[in-house]
Ligand binder design. Structure first.
Ligand code: ADP
Length: 607
């Protein structure tokens, strides 16, 4: 398949995006055309003024060529004519200033307020809909960069590439026509170096594009290092790894700098070489144009001087090519990264004939389910079991045996590679996704709390919940007492990640959050993994309340937790190796009994 992100396709797509704002673009271009006309008018008037003065002083020289209808009345004094020309130029300059202001405002409004805001919102919205797999494959630094920096590159494309190229093409055409109308051979001579300029530009953009791509990758890595340090600050400090982290950051920082420098070197050679060529043009003009003026073939003001002005404008626009070529590469690299997010397939989506699931009873089955994060590397193999509504299933297994993965297949965070997962007898892939997830409550090992009030955090999955519903959920999760013990109660603002709460308190809020939805299926992924034994008891009490009348899966490594389950599944390397009640499993040799003996050798036999 051909590259969907070739320059041509990227540009076409960006143009299609801009089409939505075509009236703004037309307005912007209209301002530019009027600006150009006023500029040319001003230049023409300067030429006329000079020729008029020269003729007044030396009547033997050519009289000025007044364009049709512009010749001043014969009664005017020389001073009057010069003053009139100067006044006209002043008016034009004022009009230009006003138009330039309007142009700047319109561009800023179009890009900053509309194109970029919309794009950022689209990327954000898409990110939320993307499956977990996307986040497995992309580091968070890269994702953050795509929403912020790369969206800006797209804005840069519209302004610095699209508008500037159109303005450039338009101005070059006008300048060229004007110069040709003054003197054809002089024009050709002065522009002889232009093809060389194009060559340099083309070679520059070919070389610099890969460098910009690499630059984005390196800067992603830099942000990732920063994000990891901020998120893992406790680990960094606890293990006294500040120096190593700093070195790693410095290393990433240095790499970005060195790479940036190599780009900078290229740009540094490119810009002056184009500047030099424009100076060469001016030298040709002076030599050849001066010769023509002396021979009387070219007027001084309307000819040589206007020509010099035009040539300078022309060269300035041509050296803009450098800037545009530079920006186009940068903005296409950014645009590609934005489009990659917008195009990423949403693997987990509603099937066209998705069935609604108002309230599940809570029967769950796994039928010969095999799943792997990467093709050919199954993490779960041939998992089969059936759970009745209201049953509590404990899951035990060493780290990496696939416990979390097994849970994540129920709310369809991932889809099984083979086999089926059903809820109430219906394949989860056939159920309406939002309905399915509303029926599944989740509590992770460590729960994510947002920087918002306690009430808002509990109501995260059900924003329309009333205060009474929130309180009742908090009571079930044994969180009500500690919440009301705080000065602001439910209105207490949590800091980022709920850092001002203890681990046990955070987990109880998470349980309240899960319970508020009144789900028929509750998934608890080792909710006591990160807490001390006393807090564990508090959490388990909350869990006990929360489980009532729900199908519950609880991943746990503590036998104390598992003995309350109706049935325990023991996982090893992605397979179920044992299954049964605590009382049964404890009697037979195997993984369960070993774990129990390890935890409390004494009382196990007695249970
Ligand atoms: P457990 O919960 O039993 O510790 P997991 O279900 O988390 O086990 O992981 C099972 C295996 O799958 C491990 O080898 C782990 O490295 C791998 N794994 C887990 N999550 C991902 C992921 N998002 N991408 C790739 N591999 C993963």
């Amino acid at each position: 398949m051909s590259n969907p992100y070739s320059n041509g396709r990227l540009i076409r797509r960006l143009l299609a995006m801009t089409w939505e704002y075509r009236w703004s673009c037309v307005k912007v271009l209209f301002y530019q055309i009027v600006l150009l006309a006023l500029g040319m008018g001003g230049l023409g008037l300067t030429g006329l003024g000079i020729d008029f003065l020269r003729h007044e002083l030396q009547p033997a020289t050519r009289p000025p060529d007044w364009p049709a209808g512009l010749a001043p009345p014969a009664a005017w004094s020389a001073l009057g004519v010069v003053t009139a020309i100067a006044a006209a130029m002043l008016l034009m300059a004022l009009a230009r200033a006003g138009l330039n202001l309007a142009y700047g405002l319109e561009v800023a409004d179009l890009l900053e307020m509309r194109v970029m805001v919309k794009l950022r919102a689209e990327v954000y919205d898409k990110l939320q809909r993307l499956s977990f797999r996307f986040f497995d494959d992309h580091a968070s630094g890269s994702i953050i960069n795509r929403v912020t920096g790369d969206s800006r590159s797209v804005g840069n494309f519209v302004n610095n590439v699209l508008f500037q190229s159109l303005i450039m093409a338009l101005s070059l055409a006008v300048y060229l026509a004007y110069m040709l109308s003054i003197h054809v051979r002089l024009t050709l001579a002065c522009l002889a170096t232009t093809p060389l300029l194009w060559l340099i530009t083309a070679s520059f953009s070919r070389k610099v594009r890969p460098a910009y791509e690499r630059n984005r990758d390196l800067s992603d890595r830099l942000i990732l290092t920063l994000v990891e340090t901020v998120q893992g600050i406790a680990a960094v400090k606890g293990f006294a790894r500040e120096k190593e982290r700093f070195d790693a950051f410095q290393q990433a920082n240095r790499t970005v700098r060195e790479q940036q420098q190599s780009i900078f070197w290229r740009v540094s050679f490119f810009v002056p070489s184009t500047g030099f060529l424009t100076q060469v043009n001016l030298c040709i003009l002076l030599a050849y144009g001066g010769h023509l003026v002396i021979r009387g073939e070219l007027p001084l003001g309307a000819g040589l001087i206007v020509f010099a002005g035009l040539l300078q404008q022309f060269s300035a626009q041509v050296s803009n090519v450098a800037q545009i070529a530079n920006t186009i590469q940068q903005s296409l690299t950014g645009a590609q990264r934005v489009f990659e997010v917008l195009d990423a397939p949403v693997e987990i989506r509603n099937s066209p004939d998705a069935r609604p699931l108002p309230r599940a009873r809570g029967a769950v089955t796994f039928d010969r389910v095999t799943f792997g994060y990467k093709p050919g590397e199954p993490v779960l193999e041939e998992i089969s079991f059936a759970v009745r509504p209201g049953e509590c299933i404990g899951i035990l297994g060493p780290t990496g045996s696939g416990k979390t993965t097994l849970l994540s297949l129920i709310p369809r965070f991932y889809d099984a590679s083979r086999g089926t997962v059903t809820v109430d007898g219906c394949d989860v892939r056939q159920l309406h996704l939002d309905d399915l997830r509303r029926n599944v409550g989740l509590v992770f090992q460590e729960s994510f709390l947002f920087s918002n009030t306690i009430a808002a955090n509990i109501a995260f999955g059900h924003t329309a919940a009333t205060a009474a519903e929130i309180e009742s959920a908090a009571r079930i999760a044994a969180a009500h007492d500690f919440i009301t013990g705080m000065p602001l109660g439910y209105e207490t603002l949590l800091r980022e990640g709920g850092k001002d709460l203890s681990g046990g308190q955070r987990q109880r809020l998470a349980i309240a959050r899960a319970v508020l939805l009144d789900p028929s299926i509750l998934l608890l992924d080792d909710p006591t993994a990160a807490v001390d034994p006393r807090t564990e008891a508090e959490i388990l009490e909350a869990v006990e309340h929360a489980m009532k009348n729900r199908t519950t899966f609880i991943v746990a490594n503590r036998i104390n937790t598992l003995r309350r389950a109706d049935r325990v599944l023991v996982l090893e390397k992605g397979r179920i190796v044992q299954s049964g009640r605590h009382e049964e499993l404890i009697r037979v040799p195997g993984a369960y009994r070993s774990a129990a003996l390890l935890q409390f050798g004494e009382g196990t036999g007695a249970s």
